[in-house]
Design a binder for this molecule. Sequence first.
Ligand SMILES: Nc1ncnc2c1ncn2[C@@H]1O[C@H](COP(=O)(O)OP(=O)(O)O)[C@@H](O)[C@H]1O
Ligand SMILES: N[C@@H](CCC(=O)OP(=O)(O)O)C(=O)O
Length: 257
Amino acid sequence: MSGKKILLKFGSGILTRTDRAETDEEQLCKLVQAIAELKRLGHQVVVVSSGAVAAGLKAMDFRERPTDLVTLQACAAVGQSYLMHTYQSYLRGHGLHVGQLLLTHADLESKERAERTQSTLLRLLQNPNIVPIINENDCVAVEELKFGDNDKLSSRVATLWQADVLILLTSVPGLMDIRDDGTVSIVAEVNNVDEVLHLAQEAKGSFSVGGMGSKLRAVQDAIQGGVPCIIASGRHPEQLASLIEGGGIGTRFPLAS
Ligand SMILES: Nc1ncnc2c1ncn2[C@@H]1O[C@H](COP(=O)(O)OP(=O)(O)O)[C@@H](O)[C@H]1O
Ligand SMILES: N[C@@H](CCC(=O)OP(=O)(O)O)C(=O)O
């Protein structure tokens, strides 16, 4: 197997415990193990990680996600450093280190700043022991915390980097077709995202922002940028190597042939 450029996006739902508003350290440890395994296989890995707001809730004395923007930004300020510390503590066990990048959409819309971001990313990737971990710069960004644009951020970075695949790891096993009679199936492959947009329902995780609609729009952008995508469960990161090789469970969005 030759090394591929893999962009992984971790949603808040898979980084946060389901029983209380805290980072799920066991889950984060599993995700880090999967990153280390991909790197051992010779792939380049870049991560877009949500979860800063949720990680800051406990220290800020919240049991639930607050709704006002400035409090969300304050929670993110506390949670981001906690999150990076936790990533670092698990990565160290694999001889790896975090390279943190905090970005806004405005950064990627400016040609000069996008080029600088790309240069930094490429420089970080020259060292095989570094795992770039990107999040929105929540303290200055506004739209992101309202609309869950880490999905969109991941598609933009995937396009900038020209990743071989963008894998959106979330709390469900893929895009699901939930029918009126109660039957549910995972859509294995989508060749035209427009045709499945109607499958995205309003429901989303209590610590998440985007939902399935935001993921499908991000997939559309990535495909337009030349990057195929997969939506799969972040609760089973051990299947990542298999997903990259065309196996595993998830929804695939190939480029039009
Ligand atoms: N058709 C669908 N298939 C799968 N999940 C869906 C669908 N429609 C809505 N969802 C919701 O999307 C959620 C995943 O998105 P989200 O909660 O934003 O996760 P993340 O934190 O990973 O970004 C699931 O919890 C699910 O409730
Ligand atoms: N930047 C925010 C997350 C925003 C976001 O898009 O969240 P999600 O919908 O879980 O990917 C944070 O780190 O909490």
